[in-house]
Design a protein around this ligand. Structure first.
Ligand code: NDP
Ligand code: 8X3
Length: 257
């Protein structure tokens, strides 16, 4: 599908996979709504994309956990930005790796509220317009953590399993509406993800990706763009994308020297 002039909403566009998706869609000629909490990052990215591709960008400081705000934000989008063709549900995070009996309940709430409820709030706000127009595409960023579990992954994995279930359920509910649903499920990608998970401990975060080449955010953006550019009769329902050095959530071939 030709993306020239299509409006794409990317949540969590201030960093990592979301920012890489913004660059990929901009290069493909789309106009972008970039949402996240860190507005300054979004402005910098919008300036970069404007200079590189002449991209028309609307930046929105938005916390996907705020249900009422998300609904109002959608209703108050300028008319020219209301017809969103593609929604990339990317905003998400992990907090900690505590075993379940030592879990920090605030961390659980934050992961559930962002990865699951936030995705639902944004989707619920955007979908009626897509269904009314008879065209649209929801691309959910899941994870290998939505297909497997690993020690300390407990609630993060549960949220991504829920995203997997929702992607499949949305596909059924939207059958015949002209709205497609895809799930892109990466293994380890070097972004700010582990810095956030380890509460700003950059050395610990770097160790997650030591001794092998993880995915780069652009690799995931390539996969998302591939989903978004299939012709209307074809849909990538799900895609699992791993570093070549990773075979499962816990099997990673690291250099030992
Ligand atoms: P980053 O930490 O680099 O990016 C996360 C993005 O989510 C940021 O832009 C952040 O923006 C945004 N975000 C977090 N909370 C909120 C919120 N409440 N409201 C709006 N935006 C929010 O990590 P990644 O790029 O790696 O993560 C993107 C997605 O990819 C997540 O869903 C993650 O679970 C998933 N994923 C990551 C993998 C990895 O190994 N890195 C592997 C598989 C999946 P801000 O803080 O400005 O709000
Ligand atoms: C992020 C990848 O391996 O930390 O979803 O679960 S992992």
């Amino acid at each position: 599908m030709d993306l020239e002039g299509k409006t794409v909403l990317i949540t969590g566009a201030s960093s990592g996979i979301g920012a890489a998706c913004a660059r990929a869609f901009a290069a493909a000629g789309a106009r972008l709504i970039l949402a996240a909490r860190r507005g300054r990052r979004l402005e910098e990215l919008a300036n970069e994309l404007g200079a590189a591709f002449g991209t028309d960008v609307l930046t929105s400081v938005l916390d996907v956990r705020e249900r009422v705000t998300v609904g109002r934000w959608m209703r108050e989008l300028p008319g020219a930005w209301q017809a969103i063709s593609i929604l990339v549900n990317n905003a998400g995070l992990a907090r900690g790796v505590a075993p379940i009996h030592e879990g920090v309940i605030e961390d659980w709430d934050e992961m559930i509220d962002t990865n699951l409820k936030g995705l639902l709030y944004v989707t619920r706000a955007v979908l009626p317009g897509m269904v009314a127009r008879g065209e649209g595409h929801i691309i959910n960023i899941g994870s290998i953590a939505g297909r497997e579990v690993y020690p300390g992954g407990n609630v993060y994995c549960a949220t991504k399993h829920a995203v997997d279930g929702l992607s499949r359920a949305m596909g059924i509910d939207l059958l015949g509406t002209g709205v497609r649903v895809s799930s892109v499920d990466p293994g380890m990608v070097e972004t700010e993800f582990s810095i956030v998970r380890y509460d700003g401990d950059e050395e610990r975060a770097a160790r997650v990706y030591a001794g092998f080449e993880p995915l780069h955010p652009g690799d995931v953006a390539d996969a998302v763009l591939f989903c978004a550019t299939r012709p209307p009769h074809a849909n990538v329902r799900e895609m699992v994308l791993m570093p070549s050095a990773q075979a499962s959530a816990v099997h990673v071939a690291r250099d030992t020297v």
